[in-house]
Design a binder for this molecule. Structure first.
Ligand code: NAP
Length: 338
């Protein structure tokens, strides 16, 4: 079968096409998935650069997020059949409950083989059904970005109708967060470096927008927009370049869901956390149970993921380069025609 692999290179890892990789067979309790589409995340760039915090397997098949159909089932599989449409779970072993080291010690496209391949074998528990109204390309955007946004808003932020959330940028996580926040009846304030992208999020329902390049002290504008109070939740994807502003933008007793580091890593000053009793809560994608809850909401609200561009399997390297350019809005997808 055809698959991509990440091989050690001078600067990080190099994306290598292998058209003679042995097709895996499903063993006991496993399913074989014929992959139709994958989507890229910022994490895939970190892994390719060799700077992902967790371990990466040698010559790993990259990319955590993919959707396809079950093409064979191994002995003992009871919940899935040939033809079922599924995505791979980002963490194959985090089924439900609190996060544990064991639950997050293996992740697709990092410590175990991922989805940028014509065929993938996964344990039955890690092949998750998705909403009927979604195409394979749309479903392929869900396992990492959508689930992370969901956990931040629902499990950690406990957002209610009428609350206000601050979203940063217009990448995969933040656009899903906008869609979910809208569905929950929350008011969204969203930042971006691009006025065109801000116009697009306004059309999608963001109430207020701020260009973070033109307004580097954007927390002051957030306070003005919230009558001095601050927002209930910040979905923090920026890291070192945004955290200080996020701590100024959140209300007393509010929550900063700490997800990303698109602007790098740095030190945290604990003073605002203490003096304003802010809850700073790390987020790591989510469990299969959270995915199931998200799926129900996606079905109920007929949410359609926002796809930026779809590349062919042969253009995978171009898809990586496009994501790295930061030009995208929402999700970058790769389709795989078998
Ligand atoms: N912890 C987890 O479980 C988890 C899960 C998923 C993602 N993440 C992390 O979350 C971050 C976002 O991931 P993603 O896949 O959504 O990335 P992405 O699609 O590549 O989007 C990145 C976006 O970040 C925005 N951005 C860049 N610098 C910014 C800044 N200084 N302030 C505000 N926004 C800025 C840009 O938006 P504009 O073009 O609009 O300016 C850019 O499009 C990454 O660091 C990723 O590693 C973590």
């Amino acid at each position: 079968m055809k698959a991509y692999e990440l091989h050690a290179a001078k600067n990080g890892l190099s994306l290598t096409f292998n058209d003679k990789r042995a097709q895996p067979e499903p063993g006991h309790g496993e399913v074989l998935i014929r992959v139709h589409a994958v989507s890229l995340n910022f994490r895939d760039l970190l892994i390719a650069d060799g700077s992902y915090g967790r371990g990466t397997k040698a010559n790993v098949i990259p990319v955590s997020d993919g959707a396809g159909e079950i093409s064979a089932v191994g002995p003992g599989v009871t919940s899935l059949r040939v033809g079922d449409r599924v995505v791979g779970a980002f963490f194959p072993d985090w089924t439900a409950g609190d996060i544990t080291e064991a639950a997050v010690s293996s992740s697709l496209g990092g410590s175990v083989d991922g989805m940028l391949s014509q065929y993938v074998v996964l344990p039955e528990r890690a092949a998750l059904k998705f909403a009927d109204h979604l195409s394979y390309e749309e479903a392929a955007t869900l396992p990492c970005a959508a689930l992370t946004a969901w956990q931040a808003l629902v499990d950690i932020g406990r957002v209610n109708a009428g609350q206000t959330v601050l979203l940063q940028g217009t990448g995969g996580v933040s656009i899903f967060a906008l869609q979910f926040a809208q569905a929950m009846g929350a008011t969204v304030i969203q930042t971006s470096s691009s006025n065109d992208k801000l116009e697009r999020v306004r059309q999608m329902g963001a109430r207020h927008t701020i260009n973070y390049r033109d307004t580097p002290e954007w927390s002051q504008e957030v306070r003005r927009l919230t009558d001095g109070r601050g927002v209930d939740l910040v979905v923090e994807v920026g890291g070192a370049g945004t955290l200080e502003q996020s701590l100024q933008a959140v209300r007393v007793g509010g929550t900063v869901a700490t997800i990303g580091l698109v602007s790098g890593v740095g030190d945290i000053n604990p003073l605002p956390l203490i003096s304003r009793a802010i809850r700073l809560n790390g987020v790591y994608v989510g469990s299969h149970a959270m995915f199931a809850a998200m799926n129900k909401a996606i079905s109920a609200h007929q949410i359609k993921p926002i796809m930026d561009r779809a590349f062919s399997f042969e253009q995978a390297a171009d898809a990586y380069a496009w994501l790295r350019s930061g030009s995208h809005f929402g999700k970058v997808v790769i389709t795989i025609k078998n």
